[in-house]
Design a binder for this molecule. Structure first.
Ligand SMILES: Nc1ncnc2c1ncn2[C@@H]1O[C@H](COP(=O)(O)OP(=O)(O)OP(=O)(O)O)[C@@H](O)[C@H]1O
Length: 579
């Protein structure tokens, strides 16, 4: 909560105005019963019409002023709450951009989405209420008791006896509520992650006829969310009946003692009416207070979740373009590299050593789960190595700023991910300063230029949700062109030619050879990497063998076996296509 308060402090002028106006409304509320008492005692009881008119006008005047300040208060309260929510969203988002892949994995993407949306909205409404009514309710309860003492000490003592007891009940329930609302938010995280998974894999869900299964999975989490929410709300709702009971008992006591005082002439009727007025208004304030506490409990849980992100030290820097770059040649060495994912039991890579010269093409093959993608992700330092070292131009990878490094490394991931917008925008995402000539050259090298030209709007064709849909191979090639626009010194193709036919794949790889960059081609088929200068064969995270195709065929039985089995499949498929 402390961090959130520092955000609110930025709007201290608006917050000051809002609190001042709220205090004015509070004062009006507090003196209204006193004026009512004057109308009754000086006007009604003594039949003084002038006095009724005067005090009536005063009451009306301050009520109108209170109404106007209420409107102004809302204006300032929303300025503070909206501004704070905007700043929080901006800062949390910026911080997430600087998180390492490991940090994002630890928080979970769905949880970060909930924190950025639901949690920030919760804080926003809490701040609005705090500026608008939150302080008014407890202050009225305290102020009401104090004012009652100025009118009639004996009757005020009854109020003073009930109020602290009820306040304690509320605070007790509130501490329980904070915990429950914390778990409500965690369940919203889970719900979001299920929705996200489902919508991202909707084609798979439909193809596998898993809609009912998915609906069931969702229903379970949704039900559990409802139950926790209900438990939290029931706890909060239990507050009101307890408070009503307590306060109504107090009102009866005031009526009883008040009527006795009236009988013996110890009190004026207006005094008793005023104290009753305070008692009913305090009861109303308790109602508002319990509602506020519910929001406070929620807001506090959300504040803790947002603060957790704000206090997490980002492991990376935001992209800066004005840095002096250490240019890479493309030479890279792995020295006894081991890597273990956080919380994984087995290392994904173990003792891997190899070296690639600048401009070489390096094939990486191995069965599924052998560590190929992991190896690829270590090169742009998406994860730090657990043991051993990676060297670029003989300098340890840690000596490079991660941005400098990544600016010179192109990565084409397994799953081609494009953004909504035009083809040109998607390509320039790789390098905003690229010229039209460079854009076209990259598209030509990725064998996608002719296709783009065949579209009616060419490079200005909109893709994504509001535009055309692309095939897997077209996406892969656009994704490759986007990486080439960066003019990388090291290019990593993580199984990203898998959707291309053999001819196009060969054409693309040939074009890459003309560029002066070291290319890592991760593939499942040996035929994709046969012409590479060096092939790394991974097995269970270890480097089984490395060398050119011919050497591996001659010297490694495991490689030979994979090659033969893949050749047989190819011959079989070829024969089937012929027939
Ligand atoms: N983010 C992750 N967190 C934890 N473990 C992971 C993560 N990514 C991969 N692994 C594990 O690391 C090992 C190597 O995975 P990797 O993705 O590198 O294999 P791969 O050879 O690229 O497989 P494929 O050919 O199927 O893509 C696997 O056992 C996998 O379960």
């Amino acid at each position: 909560m402390k961090e959130i308060i520092t955000y609110v402090a930025k709007y201290k002028t608006a917050a000051g105005f809002a609190l001042f106006l709220m205090a004015f409304e509070l004062v009006v509320e507090l003196i209204q019963p006193v004026i009512m008492a004057s109308i009754i005692d000086k006007g009604v009881v003594q039949r003084d019409i002038g006095s009724i008119g005067f005090w009536g006008a005063v009451l009306l005047g301050i009520s109108i002023l209170a109404f106007a300040s209420g409107i102004l208060n809302s204006f300032f309260a929303s300025k503070v709450s909206q501004g704070t929510a905007y700043d929080l969203r901006r800062d949390v988002y910026e911080r997430i951009q600087r998180f390492s892949v490991m940090q994002i994995q630890r928080f979970a993407a769905s949880s970060l989405i909930t924190r950025l949306t639901t949690d920030v909205t919760q804080i926003q409404s809490l701040i609005f209420m705090a500026m608008r009514i939150m302080l008014r309710a407890p202050l009225f309860i305290i102020g009401g008791v104090i004012m009652a003492f100025t009118i009639n000490v004996q009757l005020a003592l009854i109020l003073a006896a009930f109020v602290p007891f009820l306040l304690l009940v509320m605070l007790f329930l509130m501490t329980k509520g904070v915990k429950l609302f914390g778990s409500v938010q965690a369940k919203i995280d889970r719900l979001n992650s299920i929705i996200q998974e489902n919508l991202l894999g909707i084609r798979l869900v439909k193809a596998f006829l898993r809609s009912s299964f998915e609906t069931n999975r969702f229903r379970k989490v949704n039900h559990s969310l409802m139950e926790t929410n209900q438990r939290a709300l029931q706890l909060m709702e239990a507050v009101m009946p307890v408070v009503m009971l307590g306060m109504n008992a107090g009102i009866i006591a005031i009526l009883w003692i008040g009527s006795n005082q009236l009988e013996i002439g110890d009190a004026q009727p207006g005094e008793v009416v005023a104290i009753l007025n305070y008692a009913t208004r305090i009861l109303g304030s308790f109602g508002v207070f319990s509602f506020l506490l519910m929001n406070f409990s929620r807001g506090k849980a959300s504040a803790a979740r947002i603060t957790e992100v704000l206090l997490e030290h980002p492991e990376e820097q935001l992209d800066k373009s004005d840095q002096r770059e250490q240019r890479l040649s493309g030479q890279i060495t792995f020295e006894n590299v081991s890597f273990c994912y956080p919380e994984a039991k087995q290392p994904a890579l173990q003792g891997v050593s190899f070296s690639a010269d600048a401009g070489e093409m390096v094939g990486v093959i191995g069965e599924t789960g052998s560590g190929k993608s992991t190896l690829a992700q270590l090169i742009p330092s998406l994860f730090p190595v657990t043991r051993g070292g990676i060297f670029l131009d003989e300098k340890p990878i840690e000596s490079f700023e991660s941005q400098q490094l990544r600016r010179q490394i192109g990565m084409v991931p397994q799953q081609a991910h494009l953004f909504s917008g035009t083809i040109r925008e998607n390509l320039l995402w790789g390098n905003e300063e690229a010229s039209e000539k460079e854009v076209i050259q990259a598209a030509e090298d990725a064998s996608i230029h002719d296709y783009i030209k065949s579209l009616p709007r060419g490079y200005d064709t909109v893709i994504g949700q509001r535009g055309i849909n692309l095939s897997g191979g077209q996406k892969q090639r656009l994704s490759l062109a986007r990486a080439l626009i960066r003019e990388p010194k090291i290019l990593i193709l993580d199984d990203s030619t898998s959707a291309l036919d053999a001819n196009t794949e060969a054409q693309v790889l040939q074009a890459l050879r003309r560029r002066s960059c070291t290319v890592f081609v991760i593939a499942s088929k040996i035929s994709s990497v046969k012409n590479a200068e060096k092939i790394l064969l991974l097995k269970h995270g270890e480097l089984e063998a490395s060398g050119p195709h011919r050497q591996l065929i001659e010297q490694n039985a495991y490689y030979r076996m994979i090659y033969q089995s893949q050749s047989e499949v190819e011959v079989f498929e070829h024969a089937r296509n012929e027939s």
